[in-house]
Write a protein that binds this ligand. Structure first.
Ligand code: GAL
Length: 698
């Protein structure tokens, strides 16, 4: 391996989630109100359990409205007072949630308008949670009262460290109030009905609106309209968050506020929502199962997801607000978490910039729909806790967190960026016929959506070389990056096209896949040749037809080892280097993978879904020819990666082996000191099966 100087891995200091944070957060949702009437000793018992397990933070109150306000205007904070005091005595930090994600029965019954209406116009009498209307003035009134009470009562409590607004903001409401606000949103966005009709291509199927309310979000005549409806819903989430947080901020201006995201999901643009939160926090449930045949395929997706979260709020680290230390009740079969997996999963998040990880939840309830969801303390009870594998694993993790705390607030400045665009993925999914599915590809592992799977395929080659990657939205400055990867960036705006063109002209390396720059922001096809918005000049070709042969169907190619699949993009080219050609069907001989030298840079176009072998070969070539710093010249063994964090002269390496085989990693000129054992490694680093280790690099 060619040595690379440490200065080649630039690093930076970022803000931690808590103010004056001295250690990694190791916390969890805590719902003692479910227990207090049956076991009044529970707070005392839990104090000891938390202390000995190393739990230093709790999130309370998430769904506690009916325990705090059992009937309208009658409040009972006595239990919460005790929990706050208990946590202060422990020296723990409290993330205090507003209870608004679940509506008490009295409220749902007395004020029907607070309940959501479904697309068929039906307003169920009650649903489980996350079911309030986004617009209802009465609901806002009730929320203002309970949030104000919480902020006034606990604003100066020594344990209060962060606010947590609601829970996993999501879902849609089709009531008259929300529909009115949709009409207003459209009017603001388009100014005239004509502009809206054109954007939604409403002449199709005779749907031209003569009133704003005619833009019907439950009817699939315009995928552009449905895309805008999703954007409207995202604005509702952001406004809701701002409404709740304004109440808190006025009373407690110095307490950071967050809400919990859900990794990557269809229909929610977390990169935009990140702009309104103080702290980026994720609920992460990969359900890693090393015995699953596709497990190793899923692992780099979760690294990509962490890098997406690291980049959401520049200058800030992020945290995991929820994770599961045991079995997941929402997955079938309910396999227990294998030994070592939890540590690996948590250190994977820390390796990519998280400054803490928390659980759902601290103590499992006895009833309800999640009674069997793995928790820190399960039904084995208080007495037996210290005999469990759960306790040993979490105690060891706490010890590791204590020893690696110098990594707090450290980060990294990569030379590679991958542009992640949720809205392109929604637009593709809304477009009939593309075959962009939501169904699970990895049964029992957490489902990985098609767009995410493709993005991961273009992230993984860097991951295998220990090359850090920023995963960023398309409005960021690209000039600092040597390589920019653009997987399936379906929507292209004139502004982004201009910035991509400048980036390549000025010497950047751009790697785009099929289905890039196909539609405008309203999901209307771009005209005049794809890749649209003039990017044909950047890639040196234009696409005549796209043959979509079906998910998983291989397509033969020449020029690279391995094969393509699923898509054949049939391109007219001019002056490009053809790196691979199609080797089947009537398009045999047409370019499949091309490189065009444009200005001082290069633009690659990948017109088919390459398999791993072909992708690896292509990336080896691109990396060799780029001036990108490559920590490990040869790809690391399958399932192994090294990620970095640091600041000034200090650099940390996280070496992680997700595979069930032991591996030896060649270290070249790196000298690694194990942060926990102080063992020094030169030349070669042994990594056991499913092992994660943290090193100081010198
Ligand atoms: C999360 C949710 C938690 C809990 C958990 C169980 O999505 O925020 O309240 O339901 O899932 O997996």
């Amino acid at each position: 391996m060619k040595p690379i100087p440490l200065s080649m891995i630039p690093r930076t200091r970022s803000k931690t989630p808590f103010k004056d944070q001295k250690t990694l957060i190791h916390g969890g949702d805590y719902n003692p109100e479910q227990w207090l009437s049956v076991n009044p000793q529970i707070l005392q018992e839990d104090m000891e359990l938390m202390q000995k397990t190393g739990i230093n933070s709790v999130t309370i109150g998430v769904f506690s409205w009916s325990a705090l306000e059992p009937s309208e205007g009658k409040f009972d904070f006595s239990w919460m007072d005790r929990v706050m005091d208990q946590q202060a005595r422990l020296g723990n930090r409290v993330i205090l949630s507003t209870p608004t994600a679940a509506i008490p029965a009295w409220l749902a019954e007395k004020y029907p308008e607070v309940r959501r209406v479904d697309p068929r116009g039906y307003r169920p009498p009650m649903t489980n949670r996350q079911h309030h209307c986004w617009t209802s003035p009465i609901f806002r009134q009730r929320v203002r009262i309970i949030n104000t009470q919480l902020a006034e009562r606990y604003g100066h409590h020594p344990a209060l460290s962060m606010w947590h607004v609601s829970n996993e903001l999501c879902g849609q409401c089709f009531c008259e109030l929300c529909r009115r606000s949709w009409s207003e949103w459209l009017e603001k966005r388009f100014g005239s009905l004509q502009a809206m009709n054109e954007a939604h291509w409403a002449c199709f199927w005779s749907k031209q609106a003569t009133e704003w309310r005619h833009a019907e979000p439950t009817c699939g005549y315009s995928d552009g309209l449905l895309l805008n409806w999703l954007r409207f819903c995202n604005d509702q989430y952001a406004q809701w968050y701002q409404f709740e947080s304004d109440i808190l901020r006025r009373i407690t201006p110095s307490i950071p506020i967050t809400t919990n995201f859900m990794s990557t999901v269809y229909g929610i643009d977390y990169q935009s929502l990140a702009k309104v939160v103080d702290v980026v926090a994720d609920d992460q449930y990969p359900n890693y199962d090393p015995q699953h045949p596709r497990y190793l395929e899923a692992v780099p997706y979760w690294s990509l997801k962490q890098d997406l979260y690291r980049c959401m709020k520049p200058g800030h680290t992020f945290m995991l607000m929820e994770s599961c230390p045991g079995v997941m009740q929402s997955r079938t079969p309910m396999k227990v978490k294998r030994p070592n997996i939890h540590r690996l999963e948590m250190l994977q998040a820390i390796a990519h910039g998280a400054d803490g990880t928390c659980y759902f939840q601290f103590r499992a309830g006895r009833g309800g729909m999640e009674k069997m969801h793995g928790a820190v303390v399960e039904h084995w009870g208080t007495q037996r806790h210290f005999q469990t594998r759960r306790f040993r694993e979490l105690r060891e993790l706490s010890d590791t967190y204590e020893k690696i705390k110098p990594i707090l607030g450290t980060s990294i400045c990569p030379q590679v960026a991958l542009i992640y665009d949720s809205q392109s993925s929604w637009a593709q999914q809304l477009t009939p016929g593309l075959g962009i599915d939501n169904p699970p590809r990895n049964t029992n592992l957490r489902e990985i959506r098609y767009y995410d799977a493709v993005a991961t395929e273009y992230y993984e080659p860097f991951w295998r070389h220990g090359i850090p990657v920023d995963v960023i939205p398309n409005d960021r400055n690209l000039s600092a990056y040597r390589i920019v990867v653009l997987p399936m960036h379906w929507i292209m705006t004139p502004d982004f096209a201009r910035r991509l063109r400048e980036y390549v002209h000025q010497g950047g390396i751009l790697i785009a896949t099929w289905d890039t720059a196909m539609a405008d922001e309203h999901n209307r096809m771009l005209v005049g040749g794809w890749p649209g918005e003039g990017l044909t000049d950047v890639f040196g070709g234009w696409i005549e037809e796209v043959d979509r042969v079906g998910n998983g169907v291989p397509i033969a190619i020449d020029g690279l080892p391995g094969s393509g699949s699923e898509i054949a993009t049939l391109m007219h080219t001019n002056g490009v280097e053809v790196l691979a050609r199609f080797a089947q069907d009537f398009y045999r001989g047409m370019p499949a993978v091309t490189r065009f030298r444009c200005g001082s840079g290069q633009a690659y176009y990948v017109g088919t879904r390459l398999n791993q072998q072909a992708r690896q070969a292509l990336f080896e070539m691109i990396l060799r020819e780029s001036s990108c710093h490559i920590p490990f010249q040869d790809p690391l063994p399958e399932g192994v990666t090294v990620q970095w964090r640091g600041v000034c002269e200090t650099l940390f390496a996280f070496a992680m082996n997700f595979s069930s085989q032991p591996h030896q990693i060649g270290l070249g000129s790196f000298k690694l000191t194990d942060v926990e054992t102080r063992t020094i490694y030169e030349n070669c680093l042994p990594l056991g099966p499913l092992q994660a280790r943290v090193f100081e690099v010198s």
